[in-house]
Design a binder for this molecule. Structure first.
Ligand code: SF4
Length: 353
C-alpha cells in the first residue's frame, strides 16, 4: 500500500460565540458587557448555526471542530453550558464533527467542570491567562491571579486536555519583559497552543476612560507588533503553535466606531509575523556575511505563501535589511525573494551576481 496516496484533511472551526451575560468580573478592557443582540445570547439554539456551517464544508476534505469562544464558557449558567455541550456533542456522536474547543477563565476551572467537559468530548481548552504578572492582572481588574492560572493549567494538562494559553500585549502596567515572562510561563505550564491579543481599546470601557484621562497609554500598532513578535518567538522556540495574533472581526470587533485606539490593525497577525521573519532573516544573513565577495544581489529563499510577510509592510523588512547590510560593508543593491518552501519561517540566504 502506498502510504502517500491519502491526503490529509484540512482543519475547520465552527465558531460559536457565547457571551458571558451577567459576568461578575470587571476587566477594564471588556467590551462584551454592552453586547445585547438577541442572536448572540448564550442560551440560544446553536444547532441551526452548526448545521449551516457544516453545509458549507465537504466532510471528505475537512476535519471539523466546534469552537465555543467568548472567554468564559465554563462560567456561564451551568444548565445552559451543559445544554450547549450536549448539542455540540450530538454532532460528534454522529461523526460529523471531530472535537470541541472552548475558551474560559482560569478561575472557572475545577475538577468537577473538567469532568463535565471530558464527558462531552471537549479536547481543547484555551485559558485567558492574559498575564503572569499580578500587578498587570490587578491593574486590569482581571479578578484572578497568576497562581490561579498556573493551577488551572496544571489541572487541564493532567486531565488530558490540549491546553491553549491566551495572553494580551499592552495591558495597564504591562511591559515587554512581563509579556515575555507570560509567554514563557504559558510554555512551561504545558500549553500546546497560544493566542496573542494586543490590547484594543474599545469605547465605553474602563480602559477607554483610562486612556482618555491619560492614566493609560495605548500601544501603537507597530509597538504591539514588535512586542507580540518577541512572544511569538518564545512560543516557536518551545514548539507551541500560535493559532492567532490579534482579534478576529467576530471577536468583539463589531464596528470600527466601537474602537477608541490601541492595537487595532486589521492585519495584526501579518505585522507580527513580518517582525518574526525579520529576526530570522538577520540570523541567516549574519551567518553568510563572511562569504560576501562583492555580489550585487542577496537572494532569500522563503515560504512562497509568506513572501509578503518576508518583504514586510511597505517592504520595510527589505529596506531595513539593505541598510543593515550596507552598514556592514556588504554593498548589495537588490534583495530578491524566491518562494520555494512550504514550511513557515524557513529562510535560506545567499549572495549572487
Ligand atoms: S472580559 Fe472579563 S469582564 Fe468581560 S466578560 Fe470576560 S471575564 Fe467578564
Amino acid at each position: 500500500m502506498n502510504l502517500y496516496t491519502k491526503t490529509e484533511k484540512k482543519h475547520a472551526n465552527i465558531p460559536i460565540f457565547i457571551p458571558h451575560e451577567g459576568c461578575p468580573n470587571g476587566c477594564v478592557f471588556c467590551s462584551q458587557k454592552k453586547i445585547t443582540g438577541s442572536d448572540e445570547r448564550a442560551d440560544r439554539n446553536i444547532i441551526p448555526e452548526i448545521e449551516q456551517a457544516l453545509s458549507t464544508l465537504d466532510p471528505e476534505k475537512y476535519d471539523t471542530e466546534i469552537a465555543f469562544f467568548g472567554g468564559s464558557f465554563t462560567g456561564i449558567d451551568r444548565a445552559v453550558m451543559e445544554r450547549l455541550l450536549k448539542d455540540a456533542y450530538s454532532f460528534i456522536k454522529s461523526g460529523r464533527v471531530s472535537s470541541i474547543r472552548l475558551s474560559t477563565r482560569p478561575d472557572y476551572i475545577n475538577e468537577e467542570i473538567l469532568g463535565i467537559l471530558k464527558n462531552y468530548g471537549v479536547v481543547h481548552i484555551e485559558l485567558g491567562i492574559q498575564s503572569s504578572d499580578n500587578a498587570v492582572l490587578q491593574a486590569s481588574k482581571r479578578g484572578h491571579t497568576a497562581e490561579t492560572s498556573l493551577k488551572a493549567c496544571e489541572m487541564i494538562v493532567n486531565s488530558g486536555f490540549v491546553l491553549g494559553g491566551q495572553m494580551m500585549i499592552g495591558l495597564p502596567k504591562s511591559t515587554l519583559k512581563s509579556e515575555i515572562d507570560t509567554a514563557k510561563m504559558i510554555c512551561s505550564a504545558g500549553a500546546s497552543e497560544a493566542r496573542i491579543y494586543p490590547t484594543v481599546v474599545f469605547r465605553h470601557t474602563e480602559l477607554c476612560s483610562m486612556a482618555q484621562s491619560g492614566s493609560y497609554i495605548p500601544l501603537s500598532n507597530d509597538e504591539a507588533a514588535v512586542r507580540a513578535a518577541e512572544c511569538y518567538k518564545i512560543f516557536m522556540q518551545n514548539g507551541v503553535k500560535v493559532l492567532r495574533v490579534g482579534l478576529q472581526s467576530s471577536e468583539n470587533l463589531h464596528c470600527e466606531n466601537d474602537v477608541y485606539g490601541g492595537a487595532n490593525h486589521p492585519a495584526m497577525g501579518e505585522l507580527c509575523e513580518s517582525k518574526v521573519y525579520y529576526g530570522i532573516i538577520l540570523d541567516r544573513v549574519s551567518e553568510i556575511l563572511s562569504s560576501y565577495r562583492g555580489e550585487k544581489t542577496l537572494i532569500l529563499e522563503c515560504p512562497y505563501k509568506d513572501i509578503s510577510k518576508v518583504s514586510g509592510q511597505k517592504k520595510e523588512n527589505k529596506k531595513a535589511l539593505l541598510l543593515f547590510l550596507n552598514n556592514k560593508g556588504v554593498m548589495v543593491k537588490n534583495i530578491k525573494l524566491v518562494g520555494i518552501f512550504d514550511e513557515a519561517f524557513k529562510i535560506n540566504a545567499r549572495f549572487a551576481y
